[in-house]
Design a protein around this ligand. Structure first.
Ligand code: HEC
Ligand code: HEC
Ligand code: HEC
Ligand code: HEC
Length: 318
């Protein structure tokens, strides 16, 4: 879709009416229905299926079998952050506030020029040409909002938990970038904290005074939310669905990258049978039973032949 190919503009897909840009995070999400939008174009042209339909493969029918459970993007965006660009994948705020022996801010970059440590921000991790992580997704997310109590004890804390599973007919396996963080939270109120970061020296802003308690006190007061006076750090994860960066068709994800015994792309997605990855106990058992029966039959057969041939020999002698 780039300039060398179809040269699509953003609004070819992100059809925009009266300032309403189509897209999940704006006003009109890409439709989950597996159907053409053209030629009866109603403006909902954002999904891959809107132009290609749900069964786009002409040569390989088995690929079309996948589209009800595997999103187009899962096979057609083999990797993200391609072409020498880096994307930030981790941000640990808990290590912020370190200084050199003579009190100067520390700024570190890696050999590609990415900022990996800053006294203001802590440690950051970057990656390029990244294999996405895959999850069931029906297009819905439940967001953790400002002031929401942290209910779940599972870690990392999900900032936007994904909805959908194998049984959900609208859900498909979808590729994601997962942004991992370590963020300030209140261990008594059980909420994420909103620190005051930017301001003049002496105002309590973290980026000049480097005091988390003070910065969170001001930030939470400003937000009208309770603060216990305690600051801890919590591991967080944020999910970014991946749709752009469709690769040329020859670069699509290969069968064996999903359908293999170990280290496959869908290694962590459980609760359904994936040929090549899973062993189906019933089939396996059936296999053993059949094998046993076959051996038994062979033995019986050999035994009978032995008996009959020795009879024949007997007959010959007598
Ligand atoms: C081939 C179609 C296509 C083209 C061309 C395209 N996008 Fe997208 N884009 C999508 C789809 C599909 C989504 C996911 C939307 C959803 O799930 O509701 C998306 C998501 C996004 C998002 C995330 C916000 C959201 O609502 O999901 C942004 C931002 C975005 N596109 C910007 C752009 C920009 C800027 C361009 C041009 C440089 C562009 N897109 C070109 C198909 C396209
Ligand atoms: C606005 C219409 C439109 C949308 C939306 C769209 N495509 Fe396409 N796509 C085309 C056209 C037109 C072609 C060129 C004709 C063809 O090869 O079928 C094409 C070509 C392709 C090809 C073949 C590229 C090659 O190497 O020859 C792939 C793969 C593809 N699209 C995947 C996708 C995926 C995945 C999405 C969703 C993220 C998507 N398309 C969304 C119109 C669209
Ligand atoms: C299971 C993986 C997988 C899924 C899911 C998948 N594709 Fe493909 N697709 C491929 C592969 C592999 C090729 C290359 C086939 C070839 O070169 O023979 C391909 C080729 C294509 C082409 C080029 C035309 C053709 O027949 O080769 C288009 C267009 C396309 N896919 C669109 C889509 C759209 C749209 C979806 C979602 C409705 C989708 N694909 C879902 C793996 C997949
Ligand atoms: C992105 C991961 C992925 C890729 C790539 C992929 N598959 Fe699959 N495949 C799946 C999943 C997930 C299922 C299970 C779907 C279900 O339960 O409905 C599946 C199911 C199947 C099945 C059993 C269901 C059926 O349609 O008969 C076969 C056979 C299969 N795939 C063959 C292939 C072949 C051949 C290729 C390459 C051309 C391929 N797959 C590429 C993920 C993948």
């Amino acid at each position: 879709m780039d300039v060398k190919g179809l040269n699509y503009s953003c609004s070819t897909c992100h059809v925009t009416k009266t300032h309403k840009i189509s897209g999940r995070y704006y006003s009109r999400p890409a439709p989950n229905k597996h159907q053409f939008a053209l030629p009866a174009d109603d403006g909902e042209r954002l999904a891959c299926e809107s132009c290609h339909g749900p069964v786009p493969h002409k040569k390989n029918e088995i690929l079309n079998h996948h589209t009800d459970k595997v999103a187009c993007q899962s096979c057609h965006v083999p990797r993200y952050a391609r072409g020498g660009v880096f994307t930030k994948v981790g941000w640990d705020w808990s290590s912020a506030g370190k200084f050199t022996a003579d009190g100067k801010a520390i700024v570190k970059k890696d050999k590609s020029g990415n900022l990996i440590y800053h006294s203001k921000k802590g440690d950051m991790r970057w990656a390029e040409n990244v294999v996405p992580e895959y999850f069931w997704y029906n297009g819905g997310m439940s967001y953790l909002r400002e002031g929401d109590k942290i209910q779940s004890s599972t870690r990392p804390l999900e900032l936007n938990a994904l909805k959908g599973d194998y049984a959900d007919k609208d859900a498909r396996i979808f590729p994601f970038k997962v942004m991992r963080g370590n963020q300030p939270f209140d261990p008594v109120e059980l909420t994420l904290l909103a620190p005051y970061l930017f301001g003049k020296k002496g105002t309590g802003a973290y980026w000049v005074d480097y005091d988390w308690v003070k910065a969170c006190d001001i930030g939470m007061r400003e937000a009208g939310l309770p603060f216990s006076g305690k600051v801890d750090f919590i591991e967080t994860a944020m999910y970014w669905p991946i749709t752009h960066m469709v690769a040329p068709k020859e670069k699509s994800v290969k069968c064996e990258e999903c359908h293999r015994r170990s280290d496959g792309r869908l290694e962590n997605l459980k609760g359904f049978y994936l040929p090549g990855r899973d062993r189906w106990q019933f089939l396996d058992n059936l296999g053993w039973v059949l094998l046993g029966l076959t051996i038994l039959a062979l033995l019986l057969h050999a035994g009978l032949r032995f008996v009959s041939s020795s009879r024949r020999e007997d007959g010959g002698k007598s």
